[in-house]
Design a protein around this ligand. Structure first.
Ligand code: SAM
Length: 334
């Protein structure tokens, strides 16, 4: 296969497929392991991250190292791999040795859910949030349960400019179940629009790059896979505490088929509900009969700011959590 001008050739290595056989790396169901063996696809994922030459890259869940090889061929300055399953250590050490002339590769056997990215990235340049994005990228083909959980955790870190985002607007290139990727980018004309669409789009520019068919993985998962990039926005559409925004969006989407004011009412204690829900929509200047999925990102931001004003006038509202209403199957989105 033709390599791009910026790619380097790694010394001859056994193929990922051979290494998986050699080290008997049977995919573990409990870690949802599905491996990519086709280097055209792994190269495409590494390229989706943009220019990473001389940059810092964190790869989460490298497994036997297919995507890792593609990243290394792009010559990053430093590659930190975070892998939970220690069985992959020998194959990763092989790549560490093969690439040591051009890239410092650090192998951390750890769970990404508790991993401290700011420690792993120590030594990377710190840029101001309003500068160009820093030369730092997070790349990963993780199990779907982990990537969906992680993206929420990382969006919170973006909103607080902590973790990998204490270095500036660090970008991400991650895989998700195809339907989840479609929801992440869904706008207010798309039926897939849901809570996750809003949470992603209020803080990031989200791009659905391409789909990888399930059959490209070994073993084959039941679903196709989306490769999605997220670039934190210089000016987030809402600059309020993450938990407050999450609460407004969660309540409004709780009844996605109804007028959006129906879900918004649940932000308020029963005795204040009717008055404050109407006040919320008046302050935000939004038609209360709009359905949740028809509201634009900007309209959601207006509702969040209006909710903040009401919390200042009625301090008891801020801590109020309604018990979840019974959700009908037609209301379910995720
Ligand atoms: N990147 C490899 C590829 O594309 O062929 C492997 C992908 S496989 C879907 C997911 C990888 O993430 C596995 O190697 C698995 O052991 C690892 N993994 C799963 N949960 C993890 C976690 N919480 N922290 C770090 N790695 C994890």
């Amino acid at each position: 296969m033709a390599r791009s001008a910026t790619q380097v050739r790694l010394p001859p290595l056994p193929t990922v497929r051979d290494l998986v056989k050699l080290y008997r790396l049977r995919a573990l169901r409990q870690l949802s392991q599905n491996f990519l063996m086709d280097d055209r696809l792994t190269d495409k994922i590494a390229r989706a991250a943009g220019n990473i030459k001389n940059h810092y890259v964190v790869e989460v869940g490298p497994g036997p190292g297919g995507i890792t090889r593609s990243i290394l061929r792009q010559c990053p300055k430093k590659l930190i791999v975070v892998e939970k399953d220690p069985r992959f250590l020998p194959t990763l050490e092989l790549l560490q040795e093969a690439s040591k002339q051009q890239t410092e590769m650090q192998i951390d056997i750890a769970d990404i859910c508790s991993y401290q990215l700011q420690l792993g990235l120590q030594g990377a340049p710190k840029l101001d949030w309003y500068d160009a994005p820093p030369p730092i990228h997070l790349i990963g083909n993780l199990p779907f349960s982990v990537s969906t959980h992680l993206i929420i955790k990382w969006l919170q870190a973006i909103s607080e400019k902590t973790s990998a985002w204490s270095f500036g607007r660090t970008s991400m290139t991650l895989t998700f179940q195809k339907e989840v990727g479609e929801r992440m980018v869904a706008s207010n004309v798309d039926l897939q629009r849901c809570r996750l669409s809003l949470m992603c789009q209020l803080w990031c520019h989200v791009n659905y790059k391409f789909t990888i068919p399930g059959k490209a993985f070994v073993p084959k998962p039941d679903v196709d896979v989306a490769v999605v990039t997220l670039q934190p926005l210089k000016h987030p559409l809402v600059d309020l505490p993450f938990k407050m925004v999450e609460k407004v969006i969660r309540n409004i989407f709780n009844m996605r088929q109804k007028y959006s004011i129906r879900g918004a009412e649940r932000l308020f204690p029963k005795e204040l509900r009717d008055t404050l829900a109407i006040r919320l929509y008046q302050l935000a200047d939004i038609d209360p009969t709009t359905r949740p999925f028809q509201l634009s990102n900007e309209e959601f931001a207006q509702l969040c700011y209006a909710y903040k004003v009401i919390c200042e006038d009625y301090p008891e509202v801020a801590d109020y959590e309604s018990r979840a209403p019974k959700i009908k199957p037609t209301d379910v989105e995720e």
